[in-house]
Design a protein around this ligand. Sequence first.
Ligand code: MG
Length: 368
Amino acid sequence: MTVLTSVETYRIAVPLKKPFKTALRTVEAAEAVIVHLATQDGRSGFGEAPPTHVITGDTLDAIEQAIQLIGTGLIGMDLRRRDQLFDKLHKTLVGNTSAKAAVDMALYDLIAQQAGMPLTQFLGGYHEAIETDYTVSVNAPAEMAEDAAVCERAGFTVLKVKVGIDSSENDFSRIQAIRKRVGDKATLRLDANQGWDPKSAVRIINRMEAAGFNIELIEQPVPAHDIEGLKFVTDRTLTPIMADESVFSPVDARRVLEMRAADLINIKLMKAGGIHRAMKINALAESFGVPCMTGSMIETKLGLSAAAHFAASQPNITRFDFDAPLMLKEDLVPGGIQYSGKDIRFSDEPGLGIDAGRFLETLRERRG
Ligand code: MG
């Protein structure tokens, strides 16, 4: 019998190489709660949850307490009864999607280990390897153009450009400066992080279309709650529009899909509450002919391993925004996915492929 026997949490903080700036926040370090689930037969499963207050509402203390509450309820349960575990996980408390995602990742890590397969194969195994974009933080146009050029030189072919922090006029200048600097080759996707209102979004997008900036897609142009506004933008522009902060749950996804309010959905484990719900959102989107991207918050390679194993498993997930670990000054996570520039590969190790002994040693040292 593979029964869950314990849950423990650790806190970590890893500084970023350069501050990460969006319309919603500036981040200088990746903070997270790490969860470790152990089983009767001596296996370890790991998960991670960062406190992204401005998006999920989750703080470090709240995440830690929610993980303890959920984890304690799962002790004694059998990993082979997968849907019982996830049912319990989601019914223990409402909200708290980051804590749920951390526990969900650790459970999937264990379930795939028990099945003897890498998690991505266990979930579907569609893509053998994937490529990530790289984010250009929102700053003055000249600095963004320089950052974009650095990314391009480092081999990234898809740049995700953050906009929406001040006026849409300035955003036009930002993209103009970047296009001028990197030329036509790079794929540019923009993320306004809710920073525009519907009418100015239509105006700026139409202007960029007329200027021939060739933008691949625009993420979350308007505030998260404004689904009618999102549809207003989608209906009046040719550039594909992606819902991010507007879609946390499968219920949110169904509303956006039924209204045809967006052309694409960005699924993140921290919004969905983990892989179990992320699979449901993706299946719904697929049934509407809407492809998905998978992204992350500012997370370490642990959270990104779970996200990448999920994303690579599904044919409907066609875009990958997995650059967060590349922004960190150090990598605390032994094993997991392997980065080589923009390329992400998976090992043949079962589950998430984390070296449990070494990782626990690091976590305990840091706890002091
Ligand atoms: Mg986004």
